[in-house]
Design a protein around this ligand. Structure first.
Ligand code: GLU
Length: 368
C-alpha cells in the first residue's frame, strides 16, 4: 500500500496549456487528493506555476529576460498560487502549509534535517505540505531549477512510497508522440540507459521548465531512494486515485531497493563518522532488541566534535560499534544533555530538536 504520496503538478497541468490557472482542473485534482487524505494517506503536493501565475496577475508585463524578472514574477505568483491551493483544500476541510525549498536546503545535512523536521511536523498534524522551489530568492547556484527534480528530493526527504509526476502527456514514449505516429508508450522502466534518455530527450512541454528529461532524472533519484514513480497525464480522469490503486497508467518506475536499504547505504556511504556516542546497556538493548531511538538518557560519553546532521558511531561501553546514525544534536549540545531525561532538553539548551539524540529512522544497526 502506498501510504505517503508526493504529487507533482507541472505548469502545463495547472494551466491546461493556457496562460491562466485552470481552476476547475485544480479543484478536481484537490478532490482526488482529499479522497486519499481522508483514507489516511499522507499527501504532499509539489506545485509549479508561481511564475506563470505572477505573469498573469501582473497582466503579462513586458520584462527583460533576467533572473530579477523571474524573481519578481515568482514573488507575486507564489502567494497567489498558495492562496488558490488553500481555498481549494479548504472545501474538503484540509489545511495546507507552504514549504519553499532550494537545493541548498537539502544538500547540507543540518539543513536536510531541518527541512525534514518541517515536513514531519506538518504531516504529523495532518496538514498537506504544498511545496515549490523558492524561486523569488534562489540564485542559479542554489537552485534545483525544475520541479521534477525538486519533487524527487521532496520524496526522499519525506520517505515517500510513491511519487506521481503529472504532466500533459500520458507518459514516456519511445519517440515524441506529437510528431511520430509510431511512438509507443513505455509502461514500465527498470533500467534507465542511454536509449531511454534519448527517447526522453525530445519533448518539452509548454510553459513549464521540465520536459521528459528532467522527469527521468527525477524518477532515477526517487527510485534509488526506495520510492515508486509514475509519470502520467493530469488530464486522465481520477488519475491520482487510479495510480495509487496500482492501475497501469502512464510509465511506472519501480523502486530499485527498499527504503530501508537505501537509507542504510546512504548512511554508510556518507562522510566518515565525526564522533562517537558511548551508551549504557539499557540503551543498547532498546536500540538492538526493541528498534528504538537513542535517547540522551542512555548516553554516557560523547567523543569528538560534530554538528547536527553529522554521522556518529554509537558504541557500547566496551567500544563495540552497535549502530551508526545521523545525530540530531551537535556535540556541544549533546554533552549538555547526555545522561538526562529528554523532557529536560529544552530547559537545558533553550530549544529542542525532539526527544531523540539519534532517531531510529536515521540509524542503522550494524549487527543485524
Ligand atoms: N518553480 C517554478 C514555478 O513555480 C516551476 C518549475 C517547473 O515548472 O519545473 O514557476
Amino acid at each position: 500500500m502506498y501510504k505517503r504520496i508526493v504529487v507533482k503538478l507541472g505548469t502545463s497541468v495547472l494551466t491546461g496549456g493556457g496562460r491562466n490557472l485552470d481552476h476547475p482542473r485544480m479543484v478536481e485534482l484537490v478532490r482526488q487528493c482529499a479522497e486519499l487524505y481522508h483514507q489516511n494517506h499522507d499527501i504532499i503536493l509539489c506545485t509549479s506555476g508561481a511564475i506563470a501565475v505572477g505573469r498573469a496577475r501582473l497582466n503579462f508585463p513586458e520584462l527583460p529576460p533576467t533572473i530579477a524578472s523571474k524573481q519578481l514574477l515568482a514573488a507575486v505568483g507564489q502567494s497567489r498560487l498558495m492562496l488558490t491551493w488553500e481555498r481549494f483544500f479548504e472545501i474538503y476541510g484540509i489545511h495546507v502549509g507552504q514549504i519553499l525549498l532550494t537545493r541548498a536546503d537539502v544538500e547540507n545535512r543540518q539543513r536536510f534535517l531541518n527541512a525534514r523536521d518541517a515536513f514531519s511536523a506538518l504531516l504529523d498534524h495532518r496538514i498537506v505540505p504544498v511545496v515549490n522551489e523558492n524561486d523569488a530568492l534562489a540564485t542559479e547556484e542554489i537552485k534545483v531549477g525544475d520541479n521534477d527534480n525538486l519533487s524527487a528530493l521532496v520524496a526522499t526527504l519525506v520517505n515517500a512510497d510513491l511519487l506521481i509526476l503529472l504532466t500533459d502527456q500520458s507518459g514516456l514514449f519511445t519517440a515524441d508522440p506529437r510528431t511520430n505516429p509510431d511512438a509507443q508508450l513505455i509502461a514500465e522502466v527498470r533500467h534507465i540507459d542511454e536509449t531511454l534518455r534519448a527517447q526522453a530527450g525530445g519533448s518539452v512541454s509548454g510553459l513549464g521548465v521540465g520536459g521528459m528529461t528532467t522527469k527521468v532524472q527525477a524518477a532515477n533519484i526517487a527510485r534509488r531512494a526506495g520510492t515508486d514513480v509514475v509519470i502520467t497525464s493530469g488530464r486522465e480522469p481520477n488519475v491520482i486515485n487510479r495510480v495509487v490503486a496500482g492501475e497501469a497508467l502512464g510509465t511506472r518506475f519501480p523502486a530499485l531497493e527498499t527504503r530501508l536499504e537505501s537509507r542504510k547505504s546512504w548512511i554508510l556511504a556518507g562522510p566518515k563518522p565525526a564522533g562517537r556516542l558511548l551508551i549504557d546497556a539499557g540503551a543498547a538493548r532498546a536500540l538492538c532488541e526493541k528498534g528504538r531511538s537513542l535517547l540522551p538518557a542512555g548516553i554516557v560519553h560523547v567523543e569528538g566534535e560534530f554538528l547536527r546532521g553529522d554521522t556518529v558511531m554509537i558504541m557500547n561501553l566496551e567500544r563495540h560499534e552497535l549502530a551508526r546514525g545521523l545525530t540530531a544534536y551537535a556535540s556541544s549540545d549533546m554533552r549538555q544533555i547526555a545522561g538526562r531525561q529528554s523532557e529536560l532538553i529544552a530547559e537545558r539548551l533553550g530549544y529542542t530538536y525532539g526527544p531523540a539524540a539519534v532517531h531510529r529512522n536515521d540509524m542503522i544497526l550494524l549487527n543485524d
